[in-house]
Design a protein around this ligand. Structure first.
Ligand SMILES: [Zn+2]
Length: 169
C-alpha cells in the first residue's frame, strides 16, 4: 500500500511518512513553519494534515504541511482554513508563510481577543433572543393566561366575600 493511497479500499489509516515527504515539504516551505514562519531544523517540525485526518482528511501531499510543535498544538483539530480564519489578523490572506515571523505570544493574544469577542457576541445574542422570546410569548398567549389568572382571583375574592357575608348574617 502506498503511503498516499490509503483510501483506495475504503480503509483509512494513519501512516508513517517516508523521509522524502518531509524533505519535500521542508524544501517547499524553505525551512519555515507554515503558520508562525520561524526557521527550524527539520527534526523540530511535525507533519500536519491541513484538513485533519481525524475529520476525513487524506494523506496526499497537498493536504500536508510542516508546523512547529506550538503551532501544531494550537491548530489541534481545526482545519487549515479554520485556523487561518481565526488568525486572519496575523496570517497572510493568500495562505503564504508570514514574514516577519509571528510570535506565539501574538497568537495567544489573538486567541484571547477572539474568545472575548465571541463572549460579547454570545451575551448580546442571548439577551436579544430572550427579549424577543418574551415579546413573542406576551403577544401570543401571555394576555390570555393573565386574563384567566385575574378571573380566578376575582372568583376567590367573591367566594370569600360571600362566606363572610353569610357568617355575618
Ligand atoms: Zn510555528
Amino acid at each position: 500500500m502506498r503511503w498516499d493511497d490509503d483510501t483506495s479500499n475504503g480503509e483509512r489509516r494513519r501512516c508513517i511518512f517516508p523521509r522524502s515527504v518531509k524533505n519535500k515539504l521542508f524544501m517547499g516551505q524553505k525551512g519555515k513553519c507554515a503558520y508562525c514562519g520561524r526557521l527550524h531544523r527539520i527534526r523540530y517540525f511535525e507533519i500536519d494534515h491541513k484538513y485533519p485526518f481525524s475529520r476525513g482528511g487524506g494523506n496526499e501531499i497537498g493536504n500536508l504541511q510542516l508546523l512547529c510543535t506550538p503551532c501544531n498544538m494550537r491548530k489541534g483539530i481545526q482545519s487549515d482554513e479554520e485556523f487561518r480564519d481565526r488568525y486572519w489578523r496575523l496570517l497572510p490572506r493568500d495562505g503564504s508563510i508570514p514574514d516577519p515571523p509571528v510570535s506565539q505570544e501574538a497568537f495567544s493574544e489573538e486567541t484571547e481577543y477572539t474568545r472575548a469577542s465571541y463572549e460579547v457576541r454570545r451575551i448580546y445574542f442571548e439577551r436579544f433572543a430572550n427579549a424577543r422570546r418574551k415579546r413573542f410569548a406576551h403577544a401570543r398567549g401571555g394576555g390570555g393566561s393573565g386574563c384567566g389568572f385575574a378571573l380566578a382571583v376575582w372568583a376567590v375574592v367573591i367566594i370569600v366575600v360571600c362566606i363572610v357575608i353569610a357568617f355575618a348574617i
